[in-house]
Design a protein around this ligand. Sequence first.
Ligand code: CP3
Length: 354
Amino acid sequence: MQNLINDTFIRTLLKQPVTRTPIWMMRQAGRYLPEYRRVREKAGSFMNLCTSPELACEVTLQPLERYRFDAAILFSDILTIPDAMGLGLTFTEGEGPKFDKPITRAEDIHQLVIPDPEVELRYVIDAVRLIRRELNGRVPLIGFSGSPWTLATYMVEGGSSKSFSKVKALMYEQPQLMHELLDKLTQSVASYLNAQIAAGAQAVMVFDTWGGILSTDDYLEFSLRYAQKVRALLNTQQDGQQIPTILFSKGGGLWLEEMAASGYDALGLDWQTDIHTARQRVGASVALQGNLDPAVLYAKPEVIAEKVQNILRGFGQGSGHVFNLGHGIMPDMNPEHVAAMVEAVHTFSPQYHL
Ligand code: CP3
């Protein structure tokens, strides 16, 4: 398959037989690694790191040198799309992302232009091409985007938020305007992911980090509906290969049946969702990815190994499980503890694939 030396991740997403459970980790290239911090310092800022294909490629590959991961994930950020739409993204130390020009009026939404990924987001697409070349088939490369809903929350709030009051006010006061914004983001996300696929991404993941802050009705109308539209617009056949798709709605455990019917090949699970029950609920329709609580990595290696085994046992026999954390790794984590997790998956998962 696609001349991949290790295709365990792709086969698992497509529910084909494998000999062990593949593993990668959300935010695997990040601040918990001293070698990442060195490159990040050299770059001067997080955005400089993202916009330099050579540096983005370097940090993408770093975790693969240390750990036996089964996939690489493009080093970038979900907020590149709003930045390309002209909102002016900056990351301030310790404060997270900020937009100079957040969306405050109807006019701001009417005027938004869908970016051309080969122009405004060229640095990302160049990074994908470079990473694919440097990986040389070792493991597959995952491309990604934020979901339309999650991107909209940042664009309206102007950055991270606790209450989401601005974006919810817009949704309830002027739902038609919210739909206009989500429509434009859907077009942008689909063309961005299609450009990543054309450049060499071998699987794609949609991060719906803030789907879980919505009521059930609103999740279906404002989040899942647009994630589903994105999926329908994706070119999932490339050079004769199927490009598997993953949808991760944090807090989405309540809506697994609806998510499983949305067209994605796999669902990402956060750590609050029980993987055994999740598998029973979605049946054979989709693969599952997750879902160790990232805070488990604060524990001793023996405890980590035990918690890993609980998840492997919870999913049970057969293909269709990609091991991962239930959300991104914390920046203060001990890299040795990540090794304990990876080794536990390599040691204890083959018995589930006999
Ligand atoms: O997973 C990976 O290794 C790939 C790289 C990746 C990053 N961000 C790197 C990053 C991915 C897939 C993302 C996605 C992302 N970005 C999401 C969705 C995933 C999730 O966590 O739910 C979100 C919500 C963002 C927005 C974002 N980017 C925030 C809120 C922050 C600040 C966080 C903080 O603790 O400061 C970022 C910055 C960011 N993105 C960092 C990294 C490694 C840290 C910045 C730094 O190195 O200074």
